[in-house]
Design a protein around this ligand. Structure first.
Ligand code: UDP
Length: 239
């Protein structure tokens, strides 16, 4: 793969929970707003690849609690991410933004297969590439996949858009009034202190391969545009 210099290229991870607006399914108003915030950054020359989560539909670990085989539940979770991808694709296209969805599970009527070199080509042409179905493998999370995809297609950093929290804190800010937000944080501390930013496999893959991660809140006005354009919001993990 071609690792030579290129304009700013980022991997935006969008939590599935955000897409649901707190419920099961898709809240079109939320997805439309996120799409509207992606377009200005792409117009300014930022190359944007996206990994979408699926927590607004299914999580394999939760289905397992309900008696469903873990791997099968994980596949259900992955299929949920693809529905989110299609919703985001639709709102982006309504904004006049060309997009391609690439799925890790083949479903050629709705998405291209995951082909990294082709994804890079789309980005170079100013298309937004949306990666669906996670890694296509049970026991993975979309957080981990976002680091892997960012590494494989040579992104400068991962922008991890969270729902209900706007960065990494010393403790859960929803439970502890004294919790303080980190501006920067090293991988080691995030891992060792178990700061609940993302799963440990995502963090350790980022640490081992020097991929920086900016954790930020999806809710604030223009936060997505600001993160895509490189503004210092939220917490930068990887110092
Ligand atoms: N999943 C999986 N392999 C992957 C990505 C996702 O098995 O590579 C499944 C897993 O069950 C997960 C669900 O899909 O719980 C939804 O993804 P995730 O929980 O990462 O979404 P988010 O928390 O970002 O909404």
């Amino acid at each position: 793969l071609d690792g030579k210099s290129h304009p700013r290229r980022v991997l935006l991870k969008l939590s599935g929970e955000a897409f649901g607006g707190g419920a099961v399914g898709i809240d079109p108003a939320v997805v439309r707003r996120i799409a509207e915030e992606i377009v200005p950054a792409v117009s300014n020359g930022v190359q944007v690849a996206i990994v979408v989560g699926g927590g607004n539909f299914f999580r394999g670990a939760q289905l397992q609690q309900a008696g469903i085989d873990r791997s099968r539940g994980d596949y259900m979770g992955m299929l949920g991410t693809v529905m989110n991808c299609l919703a985001l694709q639709d709102f982006l296209e309504q904004e006049g933004q060309a997009t391609r969805v690439q799925s890790a599970i083949s479903m050629t009527q709705v998405a291209e297969p995951y082909i990294p070199l082709k994804a890079i080509r789309h980005l170079e042409k100013g298309r937004v590439v949306i990666f669906g179905a996670g890694a296509g493998m049970p026991y993975f999370s979309t957080d981990t996949v976002s680091i892997q995809r960012a590494l494989e297609i040579h992104c400068d950093e991962v922008l991890m858009g969270k729902n209900g929290v706007d960065g990494v804190y010393t403790a859960d800010p929803r439970k502890d009034a004294n919790a303080k937000k980190f501006t920067t944080l090293d991988y080691h501390r995030a891992l060792v202190d178990n700061l609940a930013v993302m799963d440990a496999s995502a963090l350790s893959m980022a640490r081992d391969n020097h991929m920086m991660i900016r954790v930020f809140g999806l809710e604030g006005q223009s936060n997505v545009t600001r993160a895509l354009e490189g503004q210092e919001i939220g917490t930068l993990v990887g110092t």
